[in-house]
Design a protein around this ligand. Structure first.
Ligand SMILES: Nc1ncnc2c1ncn2[C@@H]1O[C@H](COP(=O)(O)OP(=O)(O)OP(=O)(O)O)[C@@H](O)[C@H]1O
Ligand SMILES: [Mg+2]
Length: 255
């Protein structure tokens, strides 16, 4: 249903994403992995229609998403890496605005907002302004905003950022429950142990290029290590992390 075909993005002459191709079917959860600056969020912005690819295209059910971006966005729930939430709106007002922008019928919108605020433990904070929310509370509001209109496709850019242990466990289970209902999920993260548990497929990026992709187990087996952490370090990182940590301490404590 969602397909990326030969996606490239250049910022000036710098390539941020190079030749990314994949398809995401109903019920699949693709984990999009890579270190900082490898091109994950740039890809996500092209998938959501926020950025035009320098080359290649994104299609949804066979149609280029830019042909009818409004209809595409109606089926899409997106949790951005960073959001400039309106600081003077309360949590409830913000969700109400999102539901209105998405043209949800009032009764459904209000019922969903109330239930989801309760389930995400934000009900007592519903009349507090977003500017006073903690990082994890803002993240939960973003998750509600992405889910409230029952999207077929969810694009999550580091969705666990700032979440506490309980919320993290809920979101992990939620991703699995949504995929069991046939939703397609594109899950962007550098947190390996989460991705390993919730993703059916993996795409590993390095410097904007795909260096491994396939079913999670296949990618793991191909590399011949049992843990994804091993795969990741093997494929992506060339650094001796202990040595780097020690060098940092040496600099910090130096005279
Ligand atoms: N607006 C921009 N203008 C110029 N360069 C950019 C812009 N946005 C991203 N880049 C560059 O593109 C590359 C990929 O960035 P991107 O944000 O996609 O990485 P990421 O994989 O999401 O990283 P992180 O894990 O830190 O979120 C980086 O080299 C970054 O500096
Ligand atoms: Mg990013």
């Amino acid at each position: 249903m969602l397909a990326a075909k030969g996606l490239y993005k250049f910022y000036g002459s710098v390539p941020a994403v190079q030749d990314v191709t994949f398809s995401l079917e109903p019920g699949q959860v693709i984990g999009y992995l890579g270190p900082n600056g490898s091109g994950k969020s740039t890809t996500v912005k092209m998938l959501t229609g926020l950025l035009e690819p320098t080359d290649g295209e994104v299609t949804y059910n066979g149609q280029n998403i830019h042909e009818d971006l409004v209809a595409y966005r109606k089926r899409l729930g997106y949790v951005p890496e960073e959001a400039n939430l309106y600081p003077y709106l309360t949590g409830q007002e913000y969700l109400d605005m999102i539901g209105t922008l998405r043209a949800m019928p009032d009764a459904r919108k209000n019922a969903r907002i109330n239930s989801l605020l309760e389930l995400f433990s934000l009900w007592p904070h519903r009349h507090v302004t977003l500017g006073s929310y903690s990082k994890g509370m803002r993240q939960r509001i973003l998750l509600i905003a992405a889910l409230m209109d029952n999207p077929d496709l969810l694009i999550l850019d580091e969705p666990l950022s700032g979440l506490d242990v309980t919320s993290t466990l809920i979101i992990k289970n939620l991703v699995q429950a949504l995929s069991a209902r046939g939703k397609s999920i594109f899950y962007c993260s550098h947190i390996l142990e989460v991705v390993e548990k919730v993703c059916s497929h993996l795409i590993v990026l390095r410097k904007g290029q795909v260096i491994a992709s396939g079913a999670t187990r296949e990618v793991r087996e191909r590399i011949g290590t049992s843990s994804l952490e091993g795969v990741f370090l093997h494929l992506v990182e060339e650094k001796d992390v202990t040595q780097v940590a020690n060098q940092i301490v040496d600099v910090v404590v130096s005279a």
